[in-house]
Ligand binder design. Structure first.
Ligand code: ARG
Length: 658
């Protein structure tokens, strides 16, 4: 049962005598911050009192008079200015935890109205280096798929790969002019990534050179404006400060642009091979764009190359996904929708939704300056057109009730426009949600880059995590020599390596998932694999330790689970742990509310912490009597099941021994 949802329902009923719209007030029922006062607290009396112009304590009294929770809670009380404190009845909690223990779904009920979700995530641009941002999308998206499925919804995971963009013109140009055949034979994707970087470097070199004079002139002009600004006497101090701040920011921006252009030029000038390639290909950017245009126009040679490249790129991605222990229901990339784009444009135009603007076909959306461009002046369709065609497909063929886009926050404007355009187009019933996320930062405060900055780089990142995990696993297992209970290492080399894979990959995933997805976070190896703290490692050890208890006690877990209703809650640490275990469904529902996996990581972290407190206060194998021992073993067993299930819903595995 979802305790929180149930309490909110009861509150909504009680509040309906006071307000016509009780929902937002009922939603103010929360788990108590301080368990001294109870298990849950409701703060709704205060805002409601304000609205009604009456004393908050009176309102609180009136709410509890109407509140029907006697089967769940002991009598609610009112504290301070009008907080309502609720404490679950011990007998109710005890029966609830026994029910969870007897339930394969661990208390998670199926929804009355299951929804159909399409989740668009990972979605890298293939043939272009996949970056850590895509790892974030991949990890968050996969967790959301698993959690929404566990809640009883139907989910289609869709890898909307970028397999039709300008990067193909770049690699086609690169392939035609710079390919190293034998490198391509050995490792096609590695060679394509090299070609992509090469063409990119050379294009940027020429662009930077072409822009240099203008950038210098802009900087000089801005510096002059700043000097003039500093000399002004007609402004008051505040106005002057504001003006100078802006002028200085302009100068800094110009300086940075110039520095970046100079850096790009210097990098090529310093390398004789690069320099001679650059000199031999002065129009490379335009020519690469021409290759893209030729591909899109159906040029047989380019189409053949594209058909050769794409499957290899996908196979390389596949190996990363396999390592991450995940897969997609469908991989329908941008190219899939290309045949439909002309029809989409015509449809939007004839419905009067898209209009001509300076030769381009656009959808204008109220409140946005920039339109969603459907067809550019040169006739090319866009990323947005493809996204509209994709929405139509997901509606008509996949029957989506909700479409989630797990994509970098930098694309939020695109999605605002896209969703508004889709609604104009008639898709008013669908939930569209940009599940946006922030940037992964390096410890140097700049966006984190994998070492090589390519596909292989992402793989080497995983390797690095596993190697770091292996050192931890070795240390831990070696240290068992000093353990009185089991004075010997438990794992052989193969087992240690398998555990390291679980810990390393799990560590990377968890490090990502436990942050509020919208914030940027700093990637830190040490924090990620710490044995204590809010990490996967901590929980994986908690899980393995539970297994250790059963092994040491010679307890058959399957047989133990046959003992129905045997959990008895007497000690406070038992009660606290049991309450937490009964909140598992609430934690999953919390994730689904706004698509935030960190609701679940936080829950699991609290669970592992409550388990340690429980261990400190309640002997398990050495409990005073048989009934207490059985009860505690069952509680520990259920905790292990919940940690295991919770981690697996985050895409993180556990090991029985570590
Ligand atoms: N390929 C895009 C990128 O790498 C992300 C695609 C996200 N999904 C979408 N339907 N637009 O930035």
């Amino acid at each position: 049962m979802n305790i929180l949802a149930e309490l909110r329902r009861r509150f909504a009923a009680a509040l309906s005598t006071l307000t016509p719209d009780p929902r937002p007030f009922a939603d103010m029922v929360r788990p108590a911050q301080d368990t001294k006062f109870g298990d849950f607290q409701a703060n709704c009396a205060m805002p409601l009192a304000k609205q009604l112009g009456r004393p908050p304590r009176d309102i609180a009294q009136q709410i509890i008079a109407a509140l029907d929770v006697a089967d769940l809670c002991s009598a609610p009380d009112v504290a301070g200015p009008g907080f309502i404190n609720l404490k679950l009845r011990d007998d109710w909690l005890q029966s609830a935890v026994n029910q969870s223990a007897a339930d394969d779904r661990l208390g998670v009920q199926t929804p009355a109205a299951p929804r159909r979700y399409v989740i668009d995530f990972s979605s890298p641009n293939v043939a272009k280096p996949m970056h850590v941002g895509h790892l974030r999308s991949t990890v968050i998206g996969d967790a959301l798929c698993r959690i929404l499925r566990a809640l009883g919804h139907s989910v289609v995971s869709d890898n909307h790969i970028g397999d039709w963009g300008t990067q193909f013109g770049m690699i086609i140009y690169g392939y035609k002019h710079f390919a190293d055949r034998s490198a391509y034979e050995r490792n096609a994707v590695g060679e394509l990534a090299r070609l992509y970087r090469l063409v990119n470097t050379l294009s940027e070199y020429h662009d930077a050179r072409a822009a240099l004079a203008q950038l210098e002139a802009t900087l000089a002009a801005r510096q002059q404006l700043l000097t003039a600004g500093e000399a002004r006497t007609d402004l008051d101090a505040k106005e002057l400060k504001k003006l100078l701040k802006k002028l200085r920011a302009d100068v800094t921006a110009s300086e940075e642009e110039l520095a970046s252009a100079r850096k790009k030029i210097a990098a090529v000038d310093a390398d004789a091979d690069l320099k001679s390639s650059a000199d031999a290909h002065p129009h490379i950017a335009r020519l690469a764009r021409n290759e893209t245009a030729r591909l899109h126009a159906g040029d047989p040679e380019n189409l053949r190359l594209w058909q050769e490249f794409v499957p290899q790129c996908i196979a390389a991605l596949e190996s990363i996904y396999q390592r991450l222990d995940m897969s997609f229901d469908v991989t329908l990339g941008e190219s899939y929708y290309q045949p439909q784009l002309a029809g989409v444009a015509e449809n939007l135009k004839s419905a009067g939704i898209a209009t001509d603007s300076d030769g381009a076909l656009c959808v204008f959306v109220e409140g946005n300056n920039a339109p969603l461009i459907i067809r550019k002046t040169d006739g090319a369709f866009t990323y947005g057109t493809t996204d509209l065609a994709t929405i139509a497909y997901r509606e008509q063929e996949l029957h989506a009730d909700a479409i989630l886009y797990v994509v970098d926050a930098r694309q939020s404007e695109h999605f605002d426009l896209l969703f508004a355009a889709a609604r104009k187009w008639g898709y008013t019933q669908t939930e569209f949600k940009h599940v946006s996320f922030g940037t992964v930062m390096g410890e140097d405060g700049r966006p984190f880059k994998t070492r090589a900055g390519d596909n292989v780089g992402l793989e080497s990142l995983l390797d690095e995590a596993v190697a770091a995990a292996r050192r931890i696993v070795d240390d831990n297992d070696d240290a068992k020599r000093d353990d009185q209970d089991q004075p010997a290492p438990e794992l052989d080399d193969a087992a240690r390596q398998a555990v390291a894979e679980i810990v390393g990959i799990g560590g990377i995933k968890y490090a990502d998932l436990h942050h509020n997805r919208e914030s940027d976070y700093v990637f830190s190896w040490d924090k990620m694999l710490a044995k204590s703290g809010d990490t996967a490692t901590y929980m994986q050890y908690a899980y393995a330790r539970i297994g250790g208890i059963f092994r040491r006690g010679g307890v058959d877990r399957a047989a133990l689970r046959q003992q129905a209703d045997a959990i008895r809650l007497t000690a406070p640490a038992e009660r606290a742990l049991a309450l937490q275990l009964c909140r598992f469904p609430d934690a999953l529902a919390g994730v689904a509310e706004d698509y935030r996996p960190n609701q679940l990581t936080q829950y699991l972290f609290e669970t592992a912490n409550l388990l340690s407190t429980f261990y400190e206060q309640c002997p398990v194998l050495k409990a005073d009597d048989e009934a207490t021992r059985t009860s505690r073993l069952l509680l520990v067993d259920l905790t292990g099941r919940i940690i295991e299930r919770g981690l697996s819903l985050l895409g993180i595995r556990v090991a029985e021994k570590m």
